[in-house]
Design a protein around this ligand. Structure first.
Ligand SMILES: CC(C)=CCC/C(C)=C/CC/C(C)=C/CC/C(C)=C/CC/C(C)=C/CC/C(C)=C/CC/C(C)=C/CC/C(C)=C/CC/C(C)=C/CC/C(C)=C/Cc1cc(C(=O)O)cc(O)c1O
Ligand SMILES: C[S@@+](CC[C@H](N)C(=O)[O-])C[C@H]1O[C@@H](n2cnc3c(N)ncnc32)[C@H](O)[C@@H]1O
Ligand SMILES: [Mg+2]
Length: 310
């Protein structure tokens, strides 16, 4: 009887060990998230990043919202911080940094920031701009590459990953988020801002903003690539990220200012945290129901109890 129950439990544990959640699947470098049409669009505007009244004016003013959003959420994760340089000691990856509009203020808050972008000309513009400030020049490093190209060498490196107004420009969003998760330290923070996929975002974000008012250049966005908060949350959660906040952002084209809103039907910001549980092949990665099944067995069987302790 003892032998029978023991061998059953070992078979059960072996079955448990073969389980892998999707977010601990090894990443295949053959997948690219870069769309060559997007590269052409951003290449054509690469010299215009720092014109505050120009095509990227909405991104300049978005800093009023996204910089404090990132700073304040990151400060909740630390016990104390240096006044004036609250993010000092933190390593941040700014994915799709463009000309460095968001990278620079994060560096000014004291963080060590790596900005990456697949468009070489964007990186040249970003590098040129930061070179005027010796402090930023030391704190920020720019690289012309995609996230998937650096995912292996930078695994579990960053306290925070930022992808602001980027996910609506990538192909294969699942791979993109999987890479974001892989480069985060356990417990690290992911910040995303993007545009919802609604009828309103088509009418205002594409027809009005691009074709009527010229708030952003024609062809900047493709509605099919917009992502709803529900879909984004589901991808984040299935990659082991716990969504903390999703909040709407509204752009007022008359004033040129952004406002926080409960309404997420146009633009929104999301904040998620990577699980602090380390990758492990043991039974703690069993699916929820099966973990409970395992605990139930543990309560009656010392062999299973010992396995669970490992
Ligand atoms: C065909 C069709 C339906 C046309 C509609 C035309 C029309 C009548 C539009 C009028 C809309 C309008 C201006 C309404 C304002 C009136 C109103 C509702 C007042 C309310 C008063 C109030 C509550 C004020 C508070 C201030 C506030 C928040 C006002 C905003 C109200 C509101 C809903 C405005 C929406 C107006 C609008 C057109 C917003 C743009 C929507 C959008 C999705 C833009 C996306 C573009 C963007 C800025 C993204 C970032 C970005 C930027 C760039 C770049 O190149 O700069 C590149 C990128 O890749 C990006 O991602
Ligand atoms: C709208 S801009 C946002 C720039 C910057 N994040 C900001 O908010 O100021 C989008 C940027 O994403 C970059 N990009 C496009 N596809 C990408 C991908 N697959 N991976 C990383 N960046 C990408 C573009 O080159 C462009 O610089
Ligand atoms: Mg965009």
């Amino acid at each position: 009887m003892w032998f029978k129950s023991c061998s059953m439990n070992f078979a059960f544990l072996n079955r448990m060990k073969s389980y892998r959640l999707p977010w601990i699947r090894p990443y295949s470098t053959s997948r690219s998230t870069v769309d060559s049409n997007e590269v052409k669009t951003f290449l054509a505007l690469a010299h215009r990043w720092w014109d505050e009244q120009g095509v990227y004016a909405p991104l300049h003013s978005m800093n009023d919202l996204r910089v404090p959003f990132i700073r304040d959420n990151l400060l909740k994760t630390v016990a104390n911080h240096q006044p004036g340089k609250p993010l000092s000691g933190m390593k941040i990856l700014d994915v799709g940094c463009g000309g460095g509009l968001l990278t620079e203020p994060l560096g000014r808050l004291g963080a060590s920031v790596i900005g990456i972008d697949p468009v070489d000309e964007n990186i040249k513009t970003a590098q040129h701009h930061k070179s005027f400030d010796p402090v930023l020049d030391k704190r920020i490093e720019y690289r012309a590459c995609s996230l998937e190209e650096i995912v292996e060498e930078t695994a579990e490196t960053f306290d925070a990953v930022v992808a602001s107004e980027v996910v609506e420009h990538v192909i294969d969003l699942e791979t993109f988020i999987q890479c974001c998760c892989q480069v985060l330290k356990p417990g690290g923070s992911l910040f995303i801002t993007t545009i919802n996929k609604t009828q309103l975002s088509y009418a205002l974000g594409i027809v009005f903003a691009e074709q009527i008012a010229g708030i952003v250049p024609k062809g900047t966005h493709t509605w099919e690539k917009f992502v709803s908060p529900e879909k984004l949350e589901s991808i984040l959660e299935s990659n082991g990220l716990s969504v903390q906040t999703v909040t709407g952002m509204l752009y007022n084209p008359f004033s040129g200012y952004w406002h926080w809103s409960e309404n997420t039907s146009l633009n929104y910001a999301a904040y998620a945290v990577k699980s602090s549980v380390q990758e492990h092949s043991g039974p703690e990665f069993a699916l929820k129901g099966e973990r409970e099944e395992l605990r139930a067995e543990a309560s009656t069987n010392s062999g299973v109890r010992e396995e669970l302790k490992k």
